[in-house]
Design a protein around this ligand. Structure first.
Ligand code: KG4
Ligand code: ZN
Length: 342
């Protein structure tokens, strides 16, 4: 079964063809980074206008040479994300569905990140614990079976990626901040500028706004912002984020008694986080699945993949009405979990 995926929830316009939820046949991502760079963040109105200009182009690119009759369904992100941007994808998918008679499936963007590692490693199978860590979200999700997902914990304020972007802005490093801090941190010594970690004991939630404020206050200490100090600050900030993400993910997987961890979302492209998760997963005997960096950031292959699983499950199809939901979320886990101590 071939699904055409369409993704326009934030600042990437993307399309992809995916077979049986796992095999990428073609993919195209048009990023708007340059457009938003002068503002150090995504400007919603500019994003949606740009999606209008680009969406047909990325779709044409991925379906080139493939007759539409070979495509079984169209999957499109309906939330969470920016209202105007989501509407562009939804209207495009609905119009295509109307013209071609193909079913249109609305997809939760977070579910896309959750199962993105499957696109490169078919052996990923539920049950697993997912860490979705991006510019808009930081969530621990229990995947009980394909399509049955429960939220274990989430950020109470900033997403990890948002903290990376804002700290990079404070340090005048540019946008998006994540990849820049990642590179700079490699030259820094985290022990020279220590920052706090918000463990929020007894919960599986995260918090990154205090860390962001701690960086801001540190910049006010009157000391010169030399190149060396900049890289030390980047390394220390990054280490605080990575420590909390890694430790809480490992402890949540232990509490859930799952053997597998899957990681996705833009921040999962971070080299320090990848190393830390690999080391800890290895020492605790977990199987770790991480999408490669290009599939960690927003793309439409992961949306087509979720669409495939929804299409297979008629029950989920009925529940899913194509309505844009900027605040779309994953239902909370209600089972008992052992709390953790750090
Ligand atoms: O998943 P994504 O493309 O979009 C959202 O759904 O939010 O994630 C974008 C976020 C941005 O905040 C960006 O700074 C961050 O992912 N990011 C990184 C890295 N690459 C992208 N953060 C840390 N290290 C990276 N290498
Ligand atoms: Zn995303």
């Amino acid at each position: 079964m071939i699904v055409l995926g369409i993704e326009t929830s934030c600042d990437e316009t993307a399309a992809a063809l995916v077979q049986d939820g796992k095999k990428i046949l073609s993919t195209s991502v048009s990023t708007q980074i340059k457009l938003h760079q002068p503002y150090s963040g995504v400007v919603p109105e500019l994003a949606s206008r740009s999606h209008v200009l680009l969406v047909n182009r990325v779709i044409a690119e991925v379906i080139k040479g493939v007759p539409f009759k070979k495509i079984d369904a169209i999957a499109v992100t309906i939330g969470p994300g920016l209202m105007g941007s989501l509407l562009v994808g939804k209207m495009t998918a609905e119009t295509l569905g109307y013209i071609t008679g193909k079913p249109v499936i609305g997809v939760n963007h977070i579910e896309g990140h959750l199962i993105s590692a499957l696109l490169e490693n078919e052996s990923l199978k539920p049950p697993f614990l997912g860490l979705v860590v991006s510019g808009g979200h930081t969530e621990l999700i229990y995947a009980k079976s394909w399509g049955e997902y429960y939220l274990i914990g989430k950020t109470r304020d900033d997403a990890a990626g948002e903290a990376f972007d804002k700290v990079a802005k404070m340090l005048k490093l540019g946008y998006p901040g994540g990849p820049i801090i990642d590179r700079l941190a490699k030259q820094g010594d985290p022990s020279k500028e220590t920052f706090p970690r918000a463990w929020l004991p007894g919960t599986w939630d995260f918090s990154f706004s205090g860390l962001k404020t701690a960086v801001l206050y540190r910049l006010d200490d009157g000391r010169k912002l030399t190149k060396v100090r900049l890289s030390n600050l980047a390394a220390s900030f990054q280490e605080s984020v990575v420590d909390v993400l890694t430790e809480k993910t490992i402890q949540a997987a232990r509490a859930l008694k799952v053997k597998t961890i899957a990681v996705g979302g833009g921040v999962a492209a971070n080299s320090a986080l990848r190393k830390s998760l690999k080391d800890k997963a290895f020492s605790h005997n977990f199987k770790l699945f991480m999408a490669s960096p290009t599939l960690c950031t927003d793309n439409a292959a992961m949306i087509a993949s979720v669409g495939y699983f929804k299409f297979r499950s008629k029950k989920l199809m009925k529940m899913n009405s194509l309505k844009v939901q900027p605040q779309m979320h994953i239902r909370s886990y209600t089972g008992k979990l052992k709390s953790f101590k750090i």
